[in-house]
Design a protein around this ligand. Structure first.
Ligand code: UGA
Length: 432
């Protein structure tokens, strides 16, 4: 099939690379001319395991093309995916849909033959209705259909999640579009993905409800972890014990710092905002947002307690600063709240991240990037494991540190408590 993907961010680039790898002709379009130039040279703008190889392979085969010429891309394709960003608006919980609507307006000038227009961007309820309205100002309704096809891939696992999704959700009442999209996704369906056709608004809400539910699950276990800390119970036992009930399921029950990233914080806010517009109160999601926003403060109080309220001049090392492992993404990472706050209180911060130095900390006084784990840890009073990179899971901290008495605060519970105990290191985890 001939596909046009508008926007080469996470969802767009991964979808483009994977669809072309499945044998489709894909044109990826982006307004950013530099990005397109780089992509043609095989320079990938994001850190995502396996993506560079996949892009290069399919670009070389000619099935994956990069351009900034939207008109040509639209006219050469039958299926158009809109994969542009939907960030949170300034001073509001709502999603900023300007990019989506301006793409809809622009492509409406180029549609001269039958097209299926799909939103893969995370777009709130009724966005599809508005896109249809915009396009129908210039194009006859029988020439196009607007479909919602939300994407459920995770950063760091994007390719695997795209190729082996639990489900493919297609929101359309248009039988022809449904048939064509079922055929586009047939290689994934034959590998076990469930295909679910629903209404367009239904698909839009499934995406937000799913992210909000997962965010709720994480926040729930984080609050249970707080209780565990006060009652000498191990939260991991609780996650396992709860997860063994198939109705609950064990995934996304890992307690840790506040959830972050470009999706859960933004999407919980957006669904709450959308519901408000429809005079519906999502009180659970409201509490989740609040609890998560409060979590970094709570963990900072714990850091302060661990250091017996003496933060000034203490050497604190952060291992991992991205919002989770296997990504270089800093968006809404809890390190963005914790590091500046501790530095302000006089701590001397070193941080190490496998994805390198971060511009977010460049201008902060007393915050330094370390080139390797050893130099980050050797003179630390407190080592905070903030991101669950594999690189940190089997470290011999005793041999890393020059100090006799240092403390580890493992915010991801990745270290073996038994081993740490054997090494006689003072250790704190989350809910353990
Ligand atoms: C999330 C969803 O998992 C994807 O299904 C969805 O497609 C994506 O958002 C999106 O809407 O684009 P992502 O943000 O890449 O994916 O990352 P997750 O793996 O879901 O992690 C999000 C946050 O929750 C991270 O900060 C992570 O550390 C945290 N988390 C996750 C926990 O604290 N505990 C867990 O058990 C799981």
């Amino acid at each position: 099939m001939k596909l046009c993907i508008i926007g080469t961010g996470y969802v767009g680039l991964v979808s483009g690379a994977c669809f072309s790898d499945l044998g489709n002709d894909v044109i990826c379009v982006d307004k950013d001319i530099n990005k397109i130039k780089n992509l043609k040279k095989g320079v990938i703008p994001i850190y995502e395991p396996g993506l560079e190889e996949l892009v290069k392979k399919n670009y070389k085969s000619g099935r994956l093309v990069f351009t900034s010429d939207l008109k040509e891309a639209v006219s050469k394709s039958n299926i158009i995916f809109i994969c542009v960003g939907t960030p949170t608006k300034k001073n509001s919980y709502g999603a900023d849909l300007n990019q989506i609507y301006s793409v809809a307006k622009e492509i409406s000038s180029y549609i001269k033959s039958s097209k299926i227009i799909i939103t893969k961007s995370t777009a709130p309820l009724t966005t599809g209705d508005k896109i249809e309205k915009i396009i129908s100002k210039k194009v006859k309704k029988k020439l196009f259909s607007v479909v919602s096809n939300p994407e459920f891939l995770r950063e760091g696992e994007a390719i695997r999640d795209f190729i082996y999704p639990d489900r493919v959700v297609i929101g359309t009442s248009n039988k022809r579009s449904n048939r064509i999209l079922k055929s586009l996704y047939s290689p994934l369906i034959s590998k076990g993905a469930k295909y679910f056709n629903t209404s367009r608004r239904g698909a839009e809400l499934i995406k937000y409800a799913s992210n909000a539910f997962l965010a709720t699950k994480i926040t729930f276990i984080n609050e249970i972890a707080n209780l565990c800390e006060k009652t000498d119970v191990n939260v991991e036992d609780i996650s396992i014990g709860m997860g063994l009930d198939k109705r609950i399921g064990g995934r996304f029950l890992r307690a840790g710092p506040a959830y972050g990233g470009s999706c859960f914080p933004k999407d919980t806010r957006a669904i709450f905002d959308t519901a408000k517009k429809f005079k519906s109160d999502l009180s659970i999601i409201k509490s989740v947002i609040k609890s998560n926003e409060n979590r970094s403060k709570l963990l900072l109080v714990r850091v302060s307690n661990i250091l017996k309220n003496k933060i000034k001049n203490k050497k604190i090392t952060f291992l991992g600063v991205t919002f989770k492992a296997n990504t270089d993404d800093m968006r809404e990472s809890s390190s963005l709240k914790m590091i500046p706050s501790l530095a302000k209180k006089g701590a001397i911060i070193k941080y190490y991240d496998p994805t390198g130095t971060k511009k977010e900390f460049q201008n902060l006084k007393n915050v330094f990037f370390s080139q390797n784990i050893k130099s980050a840890c050797d003179d630390a009073d407190l080592i905070i494991i903030c991101t669950e990179w594999n690189d940190f899971k089997s470290l011999n901290f005793k041999s890393l540190s020059k100090k006799k008495n240092f403390i580890i605060f493992d915010m991801r519970n990745i270290l073996s408590q038994e081993r740490i105990k054997k090494d006689k290191i003072k250790y704190f985890g989350i809910g353990r």
